[in-house]
Design a protein around this ligand. Sequence first.
Ligand code: IPD
Ligand code: CA
Ligand code: CA
Length: 264
Amino acid sequence: MNEKIQNRYAFSIDLLKKAGGIALSYYLNRNQLTIECKKGDKQDQVSIADKTVEAKLREAIAEKFPADGFLGEESGYAGLDSEFCWIVDPIDGTSPFLNGLYAWCISIAVLYRDEIVIGMVFDPLHNELFHAKLGAGAYLNDLPIHTLDPAENVQDGLVGLGMSHRVPPKTILPFLEQLLSEGGMYVRNGSGALSLAQVAAGRLLAYYEPHMNCWDCAAGMLLVREAGGMANNILANNGLLKGNFVLAAANQSTYQQLDLMRTI
Ligand code: IPD
Ligand code: CA
Ligand code: CA
C-alpha cells in the first residue's frame, strides 16, 4: 500500500509544479480573463484559469491512475468508491488571484478509502510547495515544517479566518467577538487552503471557517496534522460532498480553546 501512496505522492509533486506554471501565466495576464459569477454570487467567481488548470490535472491523473476517483471544484466527481480518490481545487483563492493579490494556490489531496493520505498545496507566486504524506511528516519544499511552538493560548499567534456567502454572518460573528475578547487577533488572506498550509508551517497559530468544501481544505488539514497540529475531520457527516466547518490549530490546547468559540 505504501508503494501505491508513494507513487501518487511523487507524481503529485511534478504535476503540481507543471500546473502551477500554467496558473501563474494566467495570473500574470489576468486582465485578459473573462470572469463569471457562480450562482449569482459576485464574490464567488471563476475564469478559464480555474477550468483549464483543473482539466489539465484531471487529464494527467486519469492517464496515470485510470482506476482512481476524482472530485474537483470545477468539473465535479466520478468514481468516489474507488480505492484512491483525488480531491482538487485548481485555484484556491480565486478572488485574490483575479484581483492581483498574493494569496492563492493549487490544492490536491488523495484519499485512500476514507482517509486523507496525501495533502499538497502549491503557491506558485512564492515557489512554495507544502506537502505531506500520512505518517511521514509535513514539508515546505525540502525542509520539514512544524506548527507554532510555543503556543499556549490564542494570544500567542495570529488566527486565520475564512468566510463565504454559503453560510450566514451569524456563523462567524460570535467567534470573532470571542477571539478578540480573549486577546487574540485574526487575518483573512482569501485562500483557506494556503492559510491551512501556513498553520502547518507555524506562520499562523490556527485557522477557522464555518463552512468549507472538501477541495478547499482536505490537503491543508493533513498538512496541519502531519506538522504536529490538530484539525477536525472534514469527512464527517458526508463532508466529502457537503463540506463542514474547519478548525485547525497548532496543538491540542489552542484547538480546544478555539473550539469553545465556535457556534457551528
Ligand atoms: C474559497 C477560499 C476562501 C474561503 C472560501 C473558499 P475559492 O475558495 O478558500 O478563502 O473562505 O470558503 O470557497 O473559491 O477561492 O476556491
Ligand atoms: Ca477553494
Ligand atoms: Ca477554487
